[in-house]
Design a binder for this molecule. Sequence first.
Ligand SMILES: NC(=O)c1ccc[n+]([C@@H]2O[C@H](COP(=O)([O-])OP(=O)(O)OC[C@H]3O[C@@H](n4cnc5c(N)ncnc54)[C@H](OP(=O)(O)O)[C@@H]3O)[C@@H](O)[C@H]2O)c1
Length: 287
Amino acid sequence: MIKVLVTGARGQLGSAIKSISNSCEGAVGFTYCTSAELNITDIDSVMAMITTNSFDYCINCAAYTNVDKAEENSPQAYAINGLGAENLAIACKKANVTLIHISTDFVFSGKQSQPYLETDGTEPLGSYGKSKLRGEQDIQKQLDKHYIIRTSWLYSEFGANFMKSMLRLGSERAELSVVFDQIGTPTYAVDLAKFIIYLVQNDTAKYGIYHYSNEGVASWYDFAKAIFEEAEINVKLKPIRTKEYPLPAKRPSYSVMDKAKVKTSFNIEIPHWRDSLKEALKNYNSK
Ligand SMILES: NC(=O)c1ccc[n+]([C@@H]2O[C@H](COP(=O)([O-])OP(=O)(O)OC[C@H]3O[C@@H](n4cnc5c(N)ncnc54)[C@H](OP(=O)(O)O)[C@@H]3O)[C@@H](O)[C@H]2O)c1
């Protein structure tokens, strides 16, 4: 049996992995740790957990994910997204465990107008992106056996996310304003979870950085419009510019990622975001 540790297991991605883990039919044994059960910033706990349990993989779903709060709370963001990731890499190296780590499109500045390749230069605009980039760099320094998967705009029936916020706001308000000048790709966390489980079950040893989002491109306005259409919620939607809705953290205006590397390396097909949205809403409604 392949033994897998999942950190940050109570979060959105950790919950998505848990929700589909029965598809592994006993071939994979998961140990799920919440932040209370394993604090990744505590090197002694991380070492003890990873070096005494004969894991084959560690999937790091633990992160400081509040992009705006990271601006005022950057030491904590760095502790979790930087140091925490490095702690896992050090322990994985000692115990010969492969680390699957999740990173973000926010490592890019958004100045490009072509989809970002894994080899394109990084230039995060805020503390969250900077701390996530630090985590990537520290893992690369410490451990060869790593997959760093950059993803974007995660949503699902689990945790707090844009889809669920829109469904709530759409039932409370008659009119909503959403930015149309930030372009990226929504990613259904369950699709990402399926890819991560595929990696675990097919030990290809093709380590490195990969981009994984759903297919297609959208603005947050487009995404919101699709959510309301699919959920048949009648709300007046107004497209606005980012400057009309100021937030503490700067975000990339364009963060579409090129997924050719992940598709050719692992021979996978990736669903279009709109098809995955339908699936997510179906699963949300049947929860
Ligand atoms: N959400 C997005 O839109 C998005 C976009 C691109 C990339 N990503 C990346 O995707 C990954 C998964 O994101 P997500 O949406 O699942 O995030 P999430 O729902 O915020 O979950 C993060 C989890 O990490 C846990 N955590 C925080 N500090 C910890 C610590 N010191 N030790 C152990 N666990 C800790 C949290 O525990 P508590 O619940 O106890 O606080 C939470 O359960 C992250 O690496 C994130 O950076 C996310």
